[in-house]
Design a protein around this ligand. Structure first.
Ligand code: TYD
Ligand code: MG
Length: 452
């Protein structure tokens, strides 16, 4: 009797294969990601390998690619100055964050320049797309839309229309006949993306792939997709807030330090040209516990307000709540304040919040957090015209931060007149007039500067 083909187990995150089921993928460490698959459904790569003869690097010409600019400055900058023809861009983000809106708005702007563009939806009906387009006041003649989930059919239709840019929303809904597994599975995602890649490179059409991010923050099959595409952009932000940040995490044609800041409005996404003033616009008047820090997003400084609220705990177990900053960092800084300055907050409830829904992951914000905690604890407001930055060590010493000049310049632009920073940063900060620099070695020097 012929043996039935043995099934294999395939990790939906990274593509690892195993002959038996495992609770945790030994390759990528993801739990419960192995799914039984028939060997027929194995992953093939339909793209043909191309090779060139070896040649000296000096003889390779590097034609600067002419980039397609959408005219949405924040979007173009994040892409590294525009979209490179024939490139494939993955746009990842949580459901509901605004990926479809962003892509449709960008396509419209390309279409308004007379470029033929195609938006493919696998998630919504054309009526739904039209409703959104009306809301965004989109009416370009050269913006084509189609609904479909079959990769082969989409590619065939795309070749008839011959657009300059194709957007596929989303890659997880796409299905190809080349593999037998269900849509959204690793095999389908990989093979589908590979077919679109072949199309992009073969025709010089740029392709946007929209990818959903799982609760854990990874695009399904992330490693595979991120390796394949030229550029990976993440669209993030707190759905409860209006601000959205588009971040380049990989870019074969540009820097990954770029971000774009947007605001979700009734009429779609709007660029935020001056994020600092946007994040500070609702700043409260001289209340205790509020300070402003310059936060670096890549190479871009953004001023944000950190608020702290410290008060006696009515219960035995004091509460520690941090929004937008790492709670462990708060515990550390509270311990430093206790040990080095004698400000004991062991019996106090502590709440720290970053206004606007930003997440600060930079040690340079330490000094600001310390100042906010101190200000709230002592119930004294910090000078409104002051901002601070610097990393705080366990000994209470204040350490240097990166890009001091960029931070100070941004503060100066917004009318701040004093800046507290590490003494070792003073040397790199020369040449910024109009702002008084106060260098300190340890947090012991802080109170006399904050509250005169
Ligand atoms: P959407 O682009 O559909 O998100 P995604 O494709 O990432 O899942 O947009 C999601 C949210 O944005 C939706 O809840 C409604 C909101 N929205 C606005 O606030 N204004 C608008 O003009 C549009 C089109 C959407
Ligand atoms: Mg969508």
């Amino acid at each position: 009797m012929p043996k039935a083909p043995k099934s294999i187990f395939l990790c939906q995150q990274c593509g690892y294969q195993s002959p038996k089921w495992l609770g945790r993928c030994p390759d990528c460490g993801q739990w419960n990601s192995l799914v039984e698959t028939q060997p027929g459904g194995q992953i093939t790569t339909s793209r043909k390998a191309v090779s060139t003869p070896p040649q000296p690097i000096v003889s390779v010409s590097s034609r600067p690619a002419s980039r397609l600019k959408s005219g949405i400055g924040e979007f173009d900058r994040t892409l590294g100055g525009g979209l490179v023809p024939g490139s494939m861009v993955l746009v990842g983000g949580e459901p509901g964050i605004g990926k479809s809106t962003l892509i449709l708005q960008a396509l419209d702007r390309y279409a308004r320049q007379g470029l033929k563009v195609l938006y493919v939806t696998g998630e919504e009906s054309l009526e739904q797309v039209k409703l959104r387009a009306d809301r965004l006041s989109i009416s370009s003649e050269t913006l084509f839309v189609m609904a479909g989930t079959s990769v082969e059919e989409i590619l065939q239709r795309a070749q008839q229309v011959d657009p300059k840019i194709v957007a596929v929303d989303s890659i997880q809904t796409m299905q190809t006949e080349a593999v037998g597994s269900v849509p959204g599975s690793i095999g389908q995602v990989r093979e589908g993306a590979s077919l679109f890649m072949g199309y992009a490179k073969g025709t010089g059409t740029s392709v946007f792939l929209v990818g959903h991010v799982t609760k854990e923050g990874a695009i399904a099959g992330p490693k595979i997709l991120e390796h394949m595409v030229d550029t990976v952009l993440y669209f993030e932000g707190d759905a409860a807030y209006l601000y959205r940040i588009l971040r380049a995490v990989k870019n074969r044609y540009g820097s990954t330090n770029e971000i774009g800041v947007f605001e979700m409005t009734e009429q779609g996404l709007r660029e935020v040209l001056n994020p600092s003033s946007a994040f500070l616009q609702d700043r409260s008047e001289a209340v205790s516990g509020s300070v402003v820090v310059p936060y670096m997003e890549g190479t871009r400084p953004i001023l944000v307000e950190i608020q702290a609220l410290v008060g006696p705990s009515p219960f035995g177990v004091p509460r520690r709540t941090a929004v937008g900053v790492d709670p462990n960092r708060i515990s550390l800084l509270v311990a430093v304040l206790g040990k080095r300055m004698g400000i004991e907050m062991g019996d106090q409830d502590i709440f720290v919040n970053v206004a606007g829904g930003l997440k600060l992951q930079e040690p340079a914000c330490d000094l600001g957090i310390i100042a906010a905690l101190m200000s709230s604890y002592l119930n004294k407001a910090v000078d409104q015209a002051m901002m601070l930055f610097g990393e705080v060590g366990l000994g209470g010493e204040v350490r240097r931060a990166s890009h001091p000049r960029l931070r100070i310049k941004e503060a100066e632009k917004l009318g701040f007149s004093k800046c507290v920073l590490s003494k070792s940063n003073l040397g790199d900060s020369k040449g910024v007039a109009g702002i008084k620099l106060l260098g300190i070695d340890t947090i012991l020097d802080l109170p006399q500067l904050l509250f005169e």
